[in-house]
Design a protein around this ligand. Sequence first.
Ligand code: IPM
Ligand code: MG
Length: 354
Amino acid sequence: MEMKITLVPGDGIGPDIVHEAVRVLDKIAEVYGHSISYKTIDAGGISIDKYKVPLTDDALETAKASDAVLLGAVGGPKWDHVEGKLRPEKALLGLRSGLGLFCNFRPAVIYPELADASPLKTSVIKDGIDLLVVRELTGGIYFGERGRSDDGRTAWDTMKYSDAEIERIAKKAFEAARVRRHHVTLVDKANVLESSRLWREVVSEVAKSYSDVSLDFMYVDNASMQLVRDPGHFDVLLTENMFGDILSDEASMITGSIGMLASASLRNDSFGMYEPIHGSAPDIAGMNIANPIATILSAAMMLRYSFALTKEADAIENAVKKALSDGVRTKDIAAGGDFVGTDECGSEILRRLV
Ligand code: IPM
Ligand code: MG
Protein backbone atom coordinates (compact mmCIF):
# COMPACT_ATOMS: atom_id res chain seq x y z
CA MET A 1 0.00 0.00 0.00
CA GLU A 2 1.13 3.58 -0.68
CA MET A 3 0.67 6.01 2.16
CA LYS A 4 1.02 9.78 2.04
CA ILE A 5 1.58 11.01 5.57
CA THR A 6 1.90 14.57 6.81
CA LEU A 7 4.14 14.94 9.83
CA VAL A 8 3.55 17.80 12.27
CA PRO A 9 6.38 17.60 14.81
CA GLY A 10 5.35 20.92 16.38
CA ASP A 11 7.00 22.23 19.55
CA GLY A 12 8.75 21.03 22.68
CA ILE A 13 9.25 17.27 22.70
CA GLY A 14 7.13 16.98 19.52
CA PRO A 15 10.09 16.52 17.13
CA ASP A 16 11.79 13.96 19.46
CA ILE A 17 8.76 11.70 19.72
CA VAL A 18 7.59 12.01 16.10
CA HIS A 19 11.09 10.96 15.05
CA GLU A 20 10.73 7.67 16.95
CA ALA A 21 7.26 7.01 15.50
CA VAL A 22 8.63 7.52 11.98
CA ARG A 23 11.37 4.94 12.62
CA VAL A 24 8.67 2.48 13.63
CA LEU A 25 6.51 3.29 10.58
CA ASP A 26 9.51 2.90 8.26
CA LYS A 27 10.30 -0.49 9.72
CA ILE A 28 6.68 -1.59 9.31
CA ALA A 29 6.74 -0.43 5.68
CA GLU A 30 9.94 -2.39 5.05
CA VAL A 31 8.72 -5.60 6.70
CA TYR A 32 5.21 -5.61 5.27
CA GLY A 33 6.04 -4.20 1.85
CA HIS A 34 4.38 -0.79 1.96
CA SER A 35 5.66 2.53 0.73
CA ILE A 36 5.32 5.70 2.77
CA SER A 37 6.01 9.23 1.62
CA TYR A 38 6.24 11.96 4.25
CA LYS A 39 5.79 15.69 4.08
CA THR A 40 6.58 17.74 7.16
CA ILE A 41 4.70 20.93 8.00
CA ASP A 42 5.22 23.55 10.68
CA ALA A 43 2.39 24.20 13.10
CA GLY A 44 2.14 25.89 16.48
CA GLY A 45 4.95 27.92 18.03
CA ILE A 46 7.51 27.00 15.39
CA SER A 47 5.17 28.37 12.71
CA ILE A 48 4.59 31.55 14.71
CA ASP A 49 8.36 32.05 14.89
CA LYS A 50 8.85 31.43 11.17
CA TYR A 51 5.71 32.84 9.57
CA LYS A 52 3.98 34.89 12.32
CA VAL A 53 0.91 32.65 12.20
CA PRO A 54 0.28 29.31 14.00
CA LEU A 55 -0.77 27.56 10.80
CA THR A 56 -0.19 28.73 7.24
CA ASP A 57 -2.62 28.03 4.40
CA ASP A 58 0.16 26.11 2.67
CA ALA A 59 0.63 23.85 5.68
CA LEU A 60 -3.09 23.14 5.85
CA GLU A 61 -3.18 22.41 2.10
CA THR A 62 -0.31 19.93 2.47
CA ALA A 63 -2.18 18.16 5.26
CA LYS A 64 -5.37 18.10 3.16
CA ALA A 65 -3.55 16.50 0.25
CA SER A 66 -2.28 13.60 2.35
CA ASP A 67 -3.98 10.42 3.60
CA ALA A 68 -3.30 10.99 7.28
CA VAL A 69 -1.53 13.32 9.70
CA LEU A 70 0.77 12.41 12.59
CA LEU A 71 1.19 15.21 15.11
CA GLY A 72 3.59 15.53 18.04
CA ALA A 73 2.53 18.46 20.23
CA VAL A 74 2.19 22.22 19.98
CA GLY A 75 2.64 25.13 22.38
CA GLY A 76 4.90 26.20 25.21
CA PRO A 77 5.52 29.10 27.61
CA LYS A 78 7.49 30.96 24.95
CA TRP A 79 4.22 31.76 23.17
CA ASP A 80 2.00 32.18 26.25
CA HIS A 81 1.87 35.92 25.84
CA VAL A 82 0.91 36.13 22.20
CA GLU A 83 -2.54 37.40 21.33
CA GLY A 84 -5.48 34.90 21.44
CA LYS A 85 -5.91 34.55 17.67
CA LEU A 86 -2.24 33.75 17.21
CA ARG A 87 -1.65 31.25 19.98
CA PRO A 88 0.00 27.92 19.03
CA GLU A 89 -3.18 26.08 20.08
CA LYS A 90 -4.90 27.80 17.16
CA ALA A 91 -2.90 25.51 14.88
CA LEU A 92 -4.60 22.49 16.40
CA LEU A 93 -8.02 24.06 16.13
CA GLY A 94 -7.26 25.13 12.55
CA LEU A 95 -6.19 21.62 11.57
CA ARG A 96 -9.23 20.06 13.23
CA SER A 97 -11.76 22.36 11.61
CA GLY A 98 -9.87 22.82 8.33
CA LEU A 99 -9.68 19.05 7.89
CA GLY A 100 -13.25 18.49 9.09
CA LEU A 101 -12.19 16.16 11.91
CA PHE A 102 -15.36 16.18 13.99
CA CYS A 103 -14.76 12.94 15.86
CA ASN A 104 -12.08 12.54 18.49
CA PHE A 105 -11.33 9.14 20.02
CA ARG A 106 -9.37 9.25 23.26
CA PRO A 107 -8.94 5.80 24.71
CA ALA A 108 -7.81 5.56 28.34
CA VAL A 109 -6.47 2.16 29.36
CA ILE A 110 -4.43 0.90 32.25
CA TYR A 111 -1.37 -1.06 31.24
CA PRO A 112 -1.14 -3.86 33.82
CA GLU A 113 2.66 -3.37 33.95
CA LEU A 114 2.08 0.22 35.02
CA ALA A 115 -0.93 -0.21 37.30
CA ASP A 116 1.13 1.11 40.23
CA ALA A 117 1.38 4.45 38.47
CA SER A 118 -2.36 5.07 38.77
CA PRO A 119 -3.12 7.61 41.50
CA LEU A 120 -6.23 5.60 42.38
CA LYS A 121 -6.33 2.91 45.05
CA THR A 122 -5.88 -0.67 43.87
CA SER A 123 -9.37 -1.48 45.15
CA VAL A 124 -10.87 1.14 42.78
CA ILE A 125 -9.03 -0.08 39.69
CA LYS A 126 -9.20 -3.81 40.42
CA ASP A 127 -11.35 -4.37 37.31
CA GLY A 128 -8.96 -2.30 35.19
CA ILE A 129 -9.72 0.85 33.22
CA ASP A 130 -10.56 0.57 29.55
CA LEU A 131 -12.71 3.41 28.40
CA LEU A 132 -13.04 5.52 25.29
CA VAL A 133 -13.88 9.21 25.35
CA VAL A 134 -15.62 10.13 22.10
CA ARG A 135 -15.37 13.89 21.95
CA GLU A 136 -17.11 16.13 19.41
CA LEU A 137 -14.24 18.20 18.02
CA THR A 138 -15.34 20.91 15.63
CA GLY A 139 -18.41 22.46 17.27
CA GLY A 140 -19.74 23.79 20.53
CA ILE A 141 -18.20 26.55 22.61
CA TYR A 142 -14.77 26.17 20.98
CA PHE A 143 -16.15 27.35 17.66
CA GLY A 144 -19.29 29.31 18.64
CA GLU A 145 -19.64 33.05 18.44
CA ARG A 146 -17.51 34.89 20.98
CA GLY A 147 -16.91 38.50 21.73
CA ARG A 148 -16.48 41.46 24.03
CA SER A 149 -18.63 44.45 24.75
CA ASP A 150 -17.35 47.81 23.51
CA ASP A 151 -15.97 48.68 26.93
CA GLY A 152 -14.24 45.30 27.10
CA ARG A 153 -15.75 44.48 30.48
CA THR A 154 -18.18 41.80 29.36
CA ALA A 155 -17.20 38.75 27.31
CA TRP A 156 -19.10 35.77 25.92
CA ASP A 157 -18.60 32.41 24.23
CA THR A 158 -21.49 30.45 22.77
CA MET A 159 -22.16 26.74 22.92
CA LYS A 160 -24.18 25.90 19.84
CA TYR A 161 -24.95 22.54 18.21
CA SER A 162 -27.15 21.44 15.33
CA ASP A 163 -28.89 18.07 15.28
CA ALA A 164 -26.73 17.05 12.30
CA GLU A 165 -23.51 17.71 14.21
CA ILE A 166 -24.77 15.62 17.13
CA GLU A 167 -26.08 12.81 14.99
CA ARG A 168 -22.83 12.18 13.11
CA ILE A 169 -20.70 11.98 16.27
CA ALA A 170 -23.32 9.85 18.05
CA LYS A 171 -23.13 7.30 15.24
CA LYS A 172 -19.36 7.14 15.66
CA ALA A 173 -19.76 6.48 19.38
CA PHE A 174 -22.28 3.68 18.86
CA GLU A 175 -20.14 2.09 16.15
CA ALA A 176 -17.18 2.17 18.53
CA ALA A 177 -19.24 0.65 21.35
CA ARG A 178 -20.23 -2.21 19.06
CA VAL A 179 -16.68 -3.47 18.94
CA ARG A 180 -16.15 -2.82 22.65
CA ARG A 181 -18.44 -3.55 25.59
CA HIS A 182 -21.65 -2.29 23.99
CA HIS A 183 -22.36 0.61 26.29
CA VAL A 184 -22.52 4.38 25.66
CA THR A 185 -22.79 7.04 28.36
CA LEU A 186 -23.82 10.46 27.10
CA VAL A 187 -22.20 13.05 29.34
CA ASP A 188 -23.93 16.42 29.38
CA LYS A 189 -25.47 19.13 31.52
CA ALA A 190 -29.08 18.62 30.47
CA ASN A 191 -30.37 19.90 33.81
CA VAL A 192 -29.15 23.36 32.79
CA LEU A 193 -28.17 23.64 29.11
CA GLU A 194 -30.58 23.66 26.18
CA SER A 195 -27.87 22.34 23.86
CA SER A 196 -27.50 19.32 26.19
CA ARG A 197 -31.23 18.68 25.94
CA LEU A 198 -30.91 18.57 22.16
CA TRP A 199 -27.98 16.15 22.55
CA ARG A 200 -30.20 13.83 24.62
CA GLU A 201 -33.00 13.93 22.03
CA VAL A 202 -30.76 13.25 19.05
CA VAL A 203 -28.60 10.62 20.75
CA SER A 204 -31.70 8.75 21.97
CA GLU A 205 -32.99 8.70 18.41
CA VAL A 206 -29.67 7.39 17.03
CA ALA A 207 -29.64 4.72 19.77
CA LYS A 208 -32.74 3.14 18.24
CA SER A 209 -30.62 1.91 15.32
CA TYR A 210 -28.15 0.23 17.68
CA SER A 211 -30.28 -2.14 19.73
CA ASP A 212 -27.18 -4.14 20.72
CA VAL A 213 -25.72 -1.07 22.50
CA SER A 214 -27.16 0.29 25.76
CA LEU A 215 -27.26 4.01 26.47
CA ASP A 216 -27.35 5.95 29.71
CA PHE A 217 -27.03 9.63 30.56
CA MET A 218 -24.86 11.35 33.12
CA TYR A 219 -24.39 14.98 34.12
CA VAL A 220 -20.84 16.10 33.57
CA ASP A 221 -20.19 17.01 37.22
CA ASN A 222 -21.34 13.57 38.30
CA ALA A 223 -19.29 11.92 35.52
CA SER A 224 -16.12 13.63 36.73
CA MET A 225 -16.82 12.18 40.17
CA GLN A 226 -17.72 8.69 38.92
CA LEU A 227 -14.49 8.57 36.92
CA VAL A 228 -12.47 8.51 40.12
CA ARG A 229 -15.03 6.54 42.16
CA ASP A 230 -15.65 3.68 39.73
CA PRO A 231 -13.85 4.08 36.39
CA GLY A 232 -14.55 0.45 35.47
CA HIS A 233 -18.21 1.43 35.03
CA PHE A 234 -17.48 3.25 31.77
CA ASP A 235 -17.15 1.90 28.27
CA VAL A 236 -17.77 4.72 25.76
CA LEU A 237 -18.24 8.27 27.04
CA LEU A 238 -19.83 10.44 24.37
CA THR A 239 -19.62 14.15 24.90
CA GLU A 240 -19.53 17.63 23.41
CA ASN A 241 -16.27 19.45 22.73
CA MET A 242 -15.39 21.19 26.01
CA PHE A 243 -16.67 18.54 28.41
CA GLY A 244 -14.68 16.02 26.37
CA ASP A 245 -11.55 18.13 26.69
CA ILE A 246 -11.85 18.19 30.47
CA LEU A 247 -12.94 14.60 31.01
CA SER A 248 -10.31 13.15 28.71
CA ASP A 249 -7.55 14.75 30.79
CA GLU A 250 -9.08 13.27 33.91
CA ALA A 251 -9.53 9.87 32.27
CA SER A 252 -5.92 9.77 31.07
CA MET A 253 -4.53 10.76 34.45
CA ILE A 254 -6.35 8.04 36.38
CA THR A 255 -4.68 5.42 34.20
CA GLY A 256 -1.30 6.73 35.33
CA SER A 257 -0.15 6.25 31.76
CA ILE A 258 -0.42 9.70 30.23
CA GLY A 259 2.85 9.18 28.31
CA MET A 260 1.31 6.10 26.74
CA LEU A 261 -2.06 7.25 25.46
CA ALA A 262 -2.78 7.90 21.80
CA SER A 263 -5.70 9.62 20.12
CA ALA A 264 -7.37 9.82 16.74
CA SER A 265 -9.34 12.66 15.15
CA LEU A 266 -11.55 11.37 12.40
CA ARG A 267 -14.28 12.18 9.92
CA ASN A 268 -16.50 9.97 7.78
CA ASP A 269 -13.89 8.86 5.26
CA SER A 270 -10.58 7.19 6.11
CA PHE A 271 -8.61 10.41 6.67
CA GLY A 272 -7.44 11.04 10.22
CA MET A 273 -5.07 12.98 12.42
CA TYR A 274 -3.26 11.07 15.14
CA GLU A 275 -1.48 12.43 18.17
CA PRO A 276 -0.43 11.61 21.70
CA ILE A 277 -2.78 12.84 24.42
CA HIS A 278 0.03 14.52 26.36
CA GLY A 279 1.39 18.00 25.68
CA SER A 280 4.66 19.45 24.43
CA ALA A 281 6.60 19.25 27.75
CA PRO A 282 8.95 22.10 26.75
CA ASP A 283 11.01 21.65 29.94
CA ILE A 284 12.39 18.34 28.65
CA ALA A 285 12.51 19.10 24.91
CA GLY A 286 15.60 17.82 23.11
CA MET A 287 16.91 16.09 26.27
CA ASN A 288 16.25 12.56 25.02
CA ILE A 289 14.07 11.67 28.00
CA ALA A 290 10.53 12.06 26.62
CA ASN A 291 8.40 8.95 26.34
CA PRO A 292 7.75 8.26 22.62
CA ILE A 293 5.22 5.46 23.27
CA ALA A 294 2.02 7.53 22.96
CA THR A 295 3.19 8.78 19.56
CA ILE A 296 4.24 5.30 18.45
CA LEU A 297 0.81 4.02 19.49
CA SER A 298 -0.75 6.95 17.60
CA ALA A 299 1.06 5.70 14.50
CA ALA A 300 -0.48 2.27 15.17
CA MET A 301 -3.92 3.87 15.40
CA MET A 302 -3.23 5.56 12.07
CA LEU A 303 -2.48 2.24 10.40
CA ARG A 304 -5.63 0.76 11.91
CA TYR A 305 -8.13 3.55 11.17
CA SER A 306 -6.82 5.32 8.08
CA PHE A 307 -5.24 2.40 6.25
CA ALA A 308 -7.10 -0.64 7.66
CA LEU A 309 -3.72 -2.33 8.26
CA THR A 310 -4.76 -4.41 11.25
CA LYS A 311 -1.79 -6.81 11.24
CA GLU A 312 0.67 -3.95 11.15
CA ALA A 313 -1.12 -2.01 13.89
CA ASP A 314 -1.24 -5.14 16.06
CA ALA A 315 2.49 -5.65 15.48
CA ILE A 316 3.28 -2.19 16.86
CA GLU A 317 0.98 -2.56 19.85
CA ASN A 318 2.41 -5.99 20.66
CA ALA A 319 5.97 -4.68 20.38
CA VAL A 320 5.12 -1.93 22.86
CA LYS A 321 3.56 -4.44 25.26
CA LYS A 322 6.59 -6.73 24.97
CA ALA A 323 8.99 -3.88 25.61
CA LEU A 324 7.00 -2.90 28.70
CA SER A 325 6.81 -6.41 30.07
CA ASP A 326 10.55 -6.78 29.47
CA GLY A 327 11.00 -3.79 31.76
CA VAL A 328 11.77 -1.06 29.21
CA ARG A 329 10.89 2.24 30.90
CA THR A 330 11.35 5.89 30.06
CA LYS A 331 11.88 8.28 32.95
CA ASP A 332 8.20 9.23 33.39
CA ILE A 333 7.14 5.63 33.99
CA ALA A 334 10.26 4.33 35.74
CA ALA A 335 8.97 5.04 39.27
CA GLY A 336 12.44 6.17 40.28
CA GLY A 337 14.12 3.05 38.81
CA ASP A 338 16.36 2.59 35.77
CA PHE A 339 15.23 4.17 32.54
CA VAL A 340 16.18 4.49 28.89
CA GLY A 341 16.25 7.54 26.64
CA THR A 342 13.70 8.46 23.97
CA ASP A 343 15.79 6.97 21.15
CA GLU A 344 16.63 3.81 23.06
CA CYS A 345 12.96 3.29 23.90
CA GLY A 346 12.23 3.58 20.16
CA SER A 347 14.99 1.06 19.39
CA GLU A 348 13.71 -1.41 21.99
CA ILE A 349 10.27 -1.29 20.37
CA LEU A 350 11.76 -1.61 16.88
CA ARG A 351 13.67 -4.72 17.93
CA ARG A 352 10.44 -6.36 19.06
CA LEU A 353 8.43 -5.50 15.97
CA VAL A 354 8.76 -8.81 14.20
C1 IPM B 1 -6.58 19.03 23.72
C2 IPM B 1 -6.03 20.37 24.09
C3 IPM B 1 -6.60 21.40 23.12
C4 IPM B 1 -8.10 21.41 23.30
C5 IPM B 1 -6.02 22.81 23.28
C6 IPM B 1 -4.52 22.82 23.21
C7 IPM B 1 -6.63 23.77 22.31
O1 IPM B 1 -6.30 20.68 25.41
O2 IPM B 1 -6.36 18.57 22.59
O3 IPM B 1 -7.25 18.44 24.56
O4 IPM B 1 -8.60 22.07 24.21
O5 IPM B 1 -8.77 20.74 22.53
MG1 MG C 1 -7.16 19.10 26.48
